[in-house]
Design a protein around this ligand. Structure first.
Ligand code: TMP
Ligand code: MG
Length: 226
């Protein structure tokens, strides 16, 4: 008798604006999965621990400057360098929580104001999406949705690049566009009202996770691609 193969883990992306509570929810969720007997791991993007991650970190903390295109490709390369490990972890039966993924990659780059001389047009969503095509596709994207009003009630921004009000407003619009893009992608998004208490948000997030686990169980075992 052969033993049945281990069912693969689910790939769950957590996305949202800054101050939506992503990191808090990721930590709670990781604990809940593990204490429910579901092996799980957290993978944060950008992963600042690799050589590419170091370059991203210097850019974000403004100790280095790069063209918009170059930094965009570094963020994508930082995901590609994690691809094999993501796939082997999933295939070994461990669920992965992604704290940001390609969606942040697309909207943050496309939200940047054009540089007047060198780069007079903003980067288009399709240009921004292209380098990520082929990466593992999440079984669900849990989007922590927070209103401008609620976001403003929370603690202020840090000093990193992009942590500015005008940028965040553009990011909000672009996330909305991305969520509505086409009917195929639409079902991947699980929008959670992130304005509630930590516990209320965690409950809604958990329902999204159960949905992802169900999709994996009903699927053919393969991880789809972007
Ligand atoms: P963090 O605060 O989650 O570490 O993310 C750092 C910043 O990087 C945040 O402002 C979002 C931005 N970002 C991109 O511009 N492109 C990407 O691909 C990712 C993952 C994040
Ligand atoms: Mg940050």
């Amino acid at each position: 008798m052969t033993t049945p193969p281990t069912p693969r883990g689910a790939l769950i992306a957590i996305e949202g604006l800054d101050r939506a509570g992503k990191s808090t929810q990721c930590d709670l969720l990781l604990n809940r999965l593990i204490s429910s007997g579901i092996p799980a791991k957290l993978q944060k993007f950008p992963d600042r621990s690799t050589p590419i991650g170091h370059m991203i970190n210097s850019y974000l903390t403004s100790t280095s400057n790069l063209d918009d295109q170059a930094i965009h490709l570094l963020f994508s390369a930082n995901r590609w360098e994690a691809k094999d490990s993501i796939l082997s972890t999933l295939n070994s039966g461990t669920t992965i929580l992604l704290d940001r993924y390609i969606y942040s990659g697309i909207v943050f780059s496309a939200a940047k104001p054009p540089v007047p001389v060198e780069n007079p047009k903003p980067l288009s969503v399709s240009w921004c999406k292209a380098p990520d095509v082929g990466l593992p596709r999440p079984d669900i994207i849990i989007f922590l949705n927070i209103s401008q009003e609620d976001a403003e009630k929370r603690a202020g921004f840090g000093d990193e690049r992009y942590e500015k009000k005008e940028m965040q407003e553009k990011v909000r619009k672009l996330f909305e566009e991305l969520r509505g893009e086409d009917s195929n992608d639409k079902e991947d998004w699980w929008v959670v009202n992130a304005g509630g208490t930590v516990e209320e948000v965690a409950e809604e997030v958990w329902r999204g996770v159960l949905e992802a686990l169900k999709r994996v169980k009903e699927g053919n075992g393969e991880v789809r691609s972007i």
